[in-house]
Design a protein around this ligand. Structure first.
Ligand code: ATR
Length: 281
């Protein structure tokens, strides 16, 4: 990579940030489109977030992605926040405007939907109720996107029911809240099952879920992508359900930011998937 004095700059802010796949992902697109630009990892402590964002604006950056643990706190630094990000209560993409203002958006829901759309043809938002497991930031983004796309009803199941109740309160009356132990009651009518909990992730506890009440036509997806094929997806596939893995959500959520900063709408391809999955040298 050789930059000119006019290079367009962006990056990802996290603490820590070393685990982030975003520099590799954006780096692939920058090279593919021979863009005079760079996307760098920025390890920023929570106390420094405000000063760093304002500093990057002054340094001429086009914007940044925001990852754990800053997605909620960064909202206080934004001059404008998109309607969807406000509803979700978290921001993962900042675009810096020429007047120095900071625009915050959340592209996780977009990434989730685009990933599903590229999956099995049998799923449409209006095919029927969705069962969503978990009530963290990812669940908020998934539910907001599903409702916006026309999902008729969402059953939100979480270990801590109060947390799910707060999500329902923020997102609307078509979100019904239940305990994670009640899946047998809500799986039978579902057209879509989404795991947004950390269960099943490498190093985390397994997700114990009996899929037998689920229709074989229901699409099953997991936002966990390490491992790529979680036990949930394996079990769903084995009984004939269409499945979608979580890597695509990560790849698709990056597209709006890349387009805003670098002026090209990038594509998610099998080559990109393989490149991001491969360990960095
Ligand atoms: P994110 O913002 O990525 O969604 P999060 O806010 O930490 O992450 O949310 C993690 C989700 O996984 C939550 O729904 C959490 O359930 P609680 O709200 O009850 O904490 C769920 N989760 C994590 N560990 C769990 C476990 N051992 N059993 C059941 N659910 C679990």
């Amino acid at each position: 990579m050789i930059l000119s004095g006019k290079a367009k700059l962006a990056g990802v802010i996290g603490w820590p940030v070393s685990h982030s796949k975003s520099p590799r992902l954006h780096g692939y697109w920058l090279e593919k489109h021979t863009i005079d630009g760079a996307y760098v990892p920025l390890a920023v402590k929570p106390d420094d977030l405000h000063a760093v964002v304002r500093g990057l604006v002054k340094a001429g950056f086009r914007g940044v992605n925001i990852t754990v643990p800053h997605k909620e706190n960064v909202m206080a630094v934004c001059d404008q926040i998109s309607e969807q990000a406000r509803r979700i209560g978290a921001v993962n993409t900042l675009v810096f405007h020429e007047d120095g203002s900071v625009h915050g958006m959340n592209t996780d829901g977009y990434g989730f939907l685009e990933n599903l759309k590229q999956g099995p043809k049998s799923w449409h938002a209006n095919s029927g109720p969705a069962v969503v497991l978990g009530a963290g930031g990812a669940a908020r983004a998934v539910c907001a996107a599903l409702l916006e796309a026309g999902a008729p009803e969402i059953h939100l199941l979480n270990r801590t029911v109060e947390k799910a109740e707060q999500v329902a309160k923020d997102l609307g009356s078509t979100v019904n809240v239940h305990s994670l132990t009640e899946s047998a009651k809500w799986l039978p009518g579902a057209a879509l099952l989404v795991n947004t909990t950390t269960l099943g992730m490498n190093g985390a506890e397994p997700l114990h879920l009996d899929l037998s009440p689920l229709a074989q036509t229901a699409v099953v997806t997991d936002i966990v992508y390490a491992p790529l094929e979680t036990d949930l997806l394996k079990a769903a596939k084995a009984r004939g359900n269409p499945t979608v893995d979580g890597l695509g959500m990560l790849l698709h959520q990056a597209r709006p930011g890349f387009e805003a900063w670098f002026g090209v709408k990038p594509e998610v391809t099998p080559e990109l998937r393989a490149f991001v999955l491969a360990e960095a040298p």
